[in-house]
Structure formats: structure tokens, C-alpha cells
Design a binder for this molecule. Structure first.
Ligand code: NAP
Length: 291
């Protein structure tokens, strides 16, 4: 039995839909009673409350591990994921598929340092761990994560290229490693088909939305006061600026074949994503991007 966390989330939701569509039995751990996940046996549990986990994990042989990102504080996420790994060990789970992040080998600031610590714990747990390390998720454009100015210009702190990947491709990779034992035990940098600079992303948005999307790109040493002024918690800003420095140096620019290798299909392109979400992205910029 596959036990999955994060089934109400973006990547996990896409994975749950795929498992259900393919008729693969799975159990979803959710925090709130009454939540339904089509195709799943639903169990209520909370990774913040390890006492709730043994019943949820009983009989599981695989775990899909994903929680929210470590913003603005990594400690809760580390505690949640370590509790899940401990519960997996106690329950006799054999295989854990963890969603991590691209760039994790560089260590350092949140979010990559956060995932590096959890990956190390998983590696030491004795379980077989398969790690998916997605690049920047395309859905950030429509989830209020990507930043913009009040005029709808792209506000991009990262000077380096990003190989944006669709969350559904990450979920399809998870499906592959959960259902095909040949893929178990690896670590996969999961990227889209191309690495784009911020200017190239703005150009793709402009072309797809039939309207000029400008780009505002502050210098790295100007970032801190801008982000604090936008309400980003100061404790997190330091990590963000350090992360931006890594991205600007090209740490997230590699394009890999992981999606094709694992799923047999090429990764979705940013152009296709923009076309699919055109109405949303052409709406009020404040609703399309985080302003
Ligand atoms: N966005 C990016 O560009 C990007 C890139 C690379 C890696 N990542 C990584 O991707 C992950 C986030 O994935 P996502 O966007 O799919 O997540 P998401 O949509 O924010 O969903 C988070 C899921 O975790 C569940 N959860 C949170 N706290 C929990 C707890 N205490 N106990 C049980 N479940 C809990 C949530 O359940 P509820 O519904 O109950 O809240 C929800 O199902 C992060 O680790 C992030 O670092 C993101």
C-alpha cells in the first residue's frame, strides 16, 4: 500500500489524481476529518503530532513524502518530515519518495539547505529513498508565488536561468518511481525542457498573453530592503537573498532528461503552460502574481 502525504496540495494532488486514474490503491494522510481524495482510503493524521502517525502508517510499504515549503521558517517542515521518516521506519515501510528541490547539493540557505538536511536524515534511516528535486514550478505563476509589480511587470530577483517544470510532470515522475521498482533509490533533478532567464520568461509571457510584460530586476545588493518593504519576514529575506545569489550564479540552470527518462513523455513547456493559463494570467495582475 502506498501512503501519501500532501494529497491536498499541488504536487500531491496531481499524484493522487494520477494514482486514482490508473487504479493504483493508495492511502492519503490528511489533517482534517471530512476531506475526501477520490480513489484513496483517507486517514486523518498530522505530521506535527507524531502520535497520530502509527495508525496511518500501519501496513504501508511505500511513502510519498511532501509537505509545504519552508517559508518563512524551516523548523516545522524539518520536524514534520523527520517525524514521517521515523514513522515509516517504525511501520516497516520499504521505500520513501521524497519531494526535495533542485540545487540541494549546494546546501546553504532555505529552501535548499532545508531539503539537504531531510535528505541526509532519509539517507541515514535505512529506508530506500528516492528523491525528486524539482526546478522552479511553473504553477508558481498562478499560485501567488512569482512576484510582480502592481503594474503587472515581472519582478525577478534571480539573475540566472531556471528550468521551470510543471507540477504535473513532477507528479508523473513520482507515479513512475512509486510504480516501477527499477527507478527506486535514485535522486532525480526534475526540470522542464528549457532553462529561461527572467527576460526570456517575460518574453514568453508577453507572447502568450498578447501584452508586453516588463521586467524589473533589482541588483542583488538592493534586494534586502525591497523585500522587507514588500512584507517578507526579515528572517527569511536573508535566505532569499543568498538563494538568489546562487541562482544568479547559475546553480539552477541545468536541464535534465529526468521527466522523459521516468515517464516516457517529454516535459511540458512554459509556452504550453502560459497558453493553458492564459485567461488567469491575463486577468488582474495582482490576482495572477504575488504583488
Ligand atoms: N514551488 C516551487 O517552485 C518548488 C520548487 C522545488 C521544490 N519545491 C518543494 O515542493 C514542496 C511543496 O510542494 P507543493 O507546492 O505541492 O505543496 P503544497 O501545495 O503547499 O501542499 C502542502 C501539502 O502538505 C500538507 N501538510 C502541511 N503540513 C502538514 C502536516 N503538519 N501534516 C500533514 N500534512 C501537512 C498540506 O495539507 P493541508 O491541506 O492540510 O494544509 C498539503 O497537502 C516544498 O517542499 C517545496 O520546497 C517547490
Amino acid at each position: 500500500m502506498i501512503l501519501m502525504t500532501g494529497a491536498t496540495g499541488m504536487i500531491g494532488g496531481a499524484l493522487a489524481r494520477r494514482l486514482a486514474a490508473e487504479g493504483v490503491p493508495f492511502r492519503a494522510l490528511v489533517r482534517r476529518a471530512g476531506v475526501t481524495i477520490p480513489g484513496a482510503e483517507v486517514v486523518v493524521g498530522d505530521l506535527d503530532d507524531p502520535a497520530t502517525l502509527p495508525a496511518a502508517f500501519a501496513g504501508a510499504d511505500q511513502l510519498f513524502l511532501n509537505t509545504a515549503g519552508p517559508y518563512p521558517d524551516e523548523e516545522p517542515v524539518i520536524a514534520q518530515q523527520l517525524a514521517a521518516i521515523d514513522a515509516a521506519v517504525a511501520a516497516g515501510v520499504e521505500h520513501v519518495v521524497k519531494v526535495s528541490t533542485i540545487g540541494v547539493r549546494a546546501g546553504g540557505p532555505m529552501p535548499i539547505g532545508t531539503h539537504a538536511k531531510i535528505e541526509a536524515y532519509l539517507a541515514d534511516s535505512g529506508l530506500t529513498g528516492t528523491v525528486l528535486r524539482p526546478n522552479n514550478i511553473m504553477q508558481n505563476l498562478v499560485r501567488g508565488v512569482t512576484m510582480c509589480t502592481p503594474d503587472g511587470e515581472l519582478f525577478e530577483a534571480f539573475g540566472g536561468k531556471l528550468a521551470h517544470v510543471d507540477a504535473r510532470d513532477v507528479a508523473d515522475c513520482a507515479f513512475a518511481v512509486l510504480t516501477r521498482s527499477a527507478f527506486r533509490g535514485g535522486a532525480y533533478d526534475v526540470t522542464g525542457p528549457a532553462a529561461l532567464s527572467a527576460a526570456e520568461l517575460a518574453a514568453a509571457l508577453s507572447a502568450g498573453l498578447d501584452r508586453e510584460i516588463g521586467l524589473v530586476q533589482p541588483a542583488l545588493d538592493e534586494l534586502e530592503p525591497i523585500l522587507v518593504g514588500r512584507g517578507m519576514p526579515e528572517s527569511y529575506v536573508k535566505h532569499f537573498v543568498e538563494f538568489a545569489r546562487l541562482v544568479t550564479a547559475g546553480a539552477l540552470a541545468d536541464v535534465t532528461t529526468a521527466v522523459t527518462d521516468l515517464t516516457g513523455n517529454p516535459p511540458r513547456s512554459i509556452e504550453a503552460f502560459i497558453a493553458e493559463h492564459r485567461d488567469h494570467l491575463r486577468g488582474d495582475p495582482a490576482k495572477s502574481f504575488w504583488a
